[in-house]
Design a protein around this ligand. Structure first.
Ligand SMILES: Nc1ncnc2c1ncn2[C@@H]1O[C@H](COP(=O)(O)OP(=O)(O)OP(=O)(O)O)[C@@H](O)[C@H]1O
Length: 500
């Protein structure tokens, strides 16, 4: 067989007592799209930091095309080999696309000054070569996520790298954008680009990859052509147990039509949506679906104080819900899993336990004093209930894997026993098994009579809802009671069965 483009052998990496990787292996051949999958905390991101030269492994070797990887300090040599496009942008938002493409290597004109004209022409050339339709003069912050990802890919390719790691690239994209990304990936693959694709959406692995590597508990488990590893076997490799145990079916009881209305909104309007009327009863789970510009996220954020309507009212259990104030919304009884766990969800300098319990400190102890044991016990219970992979409540949240950090956000939203639970893409970045445990937390909140509003691009999440409202250009255009067929929901999300 030909020399692999990338080969990592026996990679070990420890952080103090935590073994992030004990035996990481990866062999990627030129021209393939290779999936890297595993449960939250399995070691995927750790392997990527080693493969991209951001960290040296404690043990093991990496080679590219049969040659040992460059020295860690030789950043230019690494840039010519590999790049990773993360969920969080690595481009500078305030700069233009052209400036980002040539950051730190601007073409120089006469007298050593930066030649802005040349910079723009060369940027346009790079974008053109890789068929990226983005204005080089656009401010990067104004780009849509999919365009920002393409600019990052083009930048990596312009350095000479032909191996691109995509770390959960679909997490913030809607269905149509995902299809476009896959089309671009296939085209780039034909031009000789090789991808390592990390995703918790296994159907995507089957759609766009030819080979898959599974990590579990910090170890390499298997590498196989995707065609030879059916879904059940793949989940079993990831979870170490059979699929039946992982995906026990959810039972969804009917909502009590006489249950009291918990949330009632009238005529809600903002720059993102218009004239929205909405009611959610106790024990009811209402889904909000729509494409990325539909206003569904802003609408849900309005109830948690994260987005401010310009008109209309909302009442929570008969009391007016204050807008634009997160603390007031929390006090009024709203728990929220926000869309951005980095910006809105977690305090990264604090421990897992402090983050999970910070919204309920006043309830854990009187007069602001909280017994450490009490808090610890409460945090331990949340960690256990949500299956959070951590060394314990004292571990800083910044040390957690992405999916486990998301579970801490969920723990915090549930800790205050909210009357209304607002969940925005709650299962983003969460592995198959943890997804079940998160969704079953949603089910038990419903059983306790909580009203739940969930925004998601995941059909699996929306299937758990009693009804799904579809937004299109800021208006509710369809309502689907539970039991809808996938194609019906997708058609109304895409605006096919109505005239928005
Ligand atoms: N800087 C760090 N300090 C301490 N522990 C860390 C650090 N980075 C990662 N870990 C630990 O290493 C383990 C592997 O984490 P990693 O981020 O590689 O997992 P992952 O497979 O990418 O998970 P996810 O799917 O949730 O993103 C986890 O237990 C994590 O808590």
């Amino acid at each position: 067989m030909s020399t692999p483009l990338v080969e990592a052998r026996g990679i070990a990496k420890r952080y103090g007592p935590t073994v992030a990787l004990a035996d990481g292996q990866l062999t990627v051949h030129a021209g393939e799209s290779h999936a890297l999958v595993g449960r939250n905390g399995a070691g995927k991101s750790t392997l990527v930091t080693v493969l991209t030269g951001l960290q040296a492994p404690d043990e093991g070797t990496v080679s590219f095309d049969g040659e040992p990887a460059p020295a860690l300090t030789d950043r230019d040599a690494w840039r010519r080999k590999v790049a990773c496009v993360y969920q969080k942008p690595t481009v500078v938002p305030e700069l233009t696309v052209a400036e980002n493409l040539f950051i730190n290597r601007q073409p120089q004109g006469r007298g050593g000054f930066i030649s802005w004209r040349r910079l723009k022409t060369e940027a346009a050339e790079v974008l053109d070569t890789w068929d990226v339709h983005v204005d080089p003069d656009a401010r990067t912050a104004d780009l849509k996520v999919e365009d920002r990802q393409m600019v990052e890919i083009a930048r990596a390719l312009s350095f000479g790298a032909r191996f691109i790691v995509l770390d959960e690239p679909t997490a913030q994209l809607d269905n149509r954008e995902i299809e476009r990304l896959f089309t671009r990936m296939r085209a780039l693959q034909e031009s000789g680009v090789t991808f390592l694709f990390i995703s918790h959406h296994l159907q995507e692995v089957y759609e766009v990859c030819q080979t898959v590597t599974v990590l579990r508990d910090a170890r390499w488990i298997t590498t196989a052509p995707v065609a030879e590893l059916p879904r059940a076997a793949l989940v079993e490799a990831m979870a170490g147990e059979s699929i039946a145990a992982v995906e026990e079916k959810a039972s969804r009881g009917d909502v009590d039509a006489g249950a009291p209305v918990v949330l009632e909104a009238h005529g809600l309007t903002s720059e993102s949506y218009e004239s929205i009327d909405l009611t959610v009863r106790g024990g009811e789970v209402v889904g909000l679906a729509g494409s990325s510009g539909s206003g569904k996220i802003e609408l849900a954020e309005s109830f948690a104080g994260l987005h401010t309507p310009t008109g209309g009212t909302a009442q929570l259990e008969g009391r007016r819900l204050p807008f634009g104030d997160v603390t007031a919304a929390l006090r009024a009884g709203v728990g929220c899993v926000p869309r951005d766990r980095h910006g809105q969800g977690l305090v990264f300098g604090m421990t897992v336990g402090d983050n999970a319990t910070m919204s309920v400190l006043d309830r854990l102890g009187r007069y602001g004093f909280v017994g450490t044991d009490r808090k610890r016990g409460f945090a331990d219970e949340l960690i256990e209930r949500l299956d959070i992979h951590t060394a314990g409540p004292d571990q800083p949240v910044s040390d957690l894997s992405g999916g486990n950090a998301q579970k801490v956000v969920m723990a915090r939203a549930l800790a205050s026993d909210p009357r209304l639970l607002v969940l925005i893409n709650p299962t983003a970045g969460v592995d198959v098994k943890s997804k079940e445990s998160l969704l079953s937390r949603m089910d038990s909140a419903r059983d306790d009579g909580t009203a739940v509003l969930v925004v998601s691009d995941e059909l699996d999440d929306l299937r758990r809802c009693d009804r799904v409202l579809v937004l299109f250009h800021g208006r509710v255009v369809a309502e689907h009671p539970a039991g809808w067929r996938d194609h019906e929901l997708i058609a109304s999300i895409e605006g096919v069965d109505h005239h928005g």
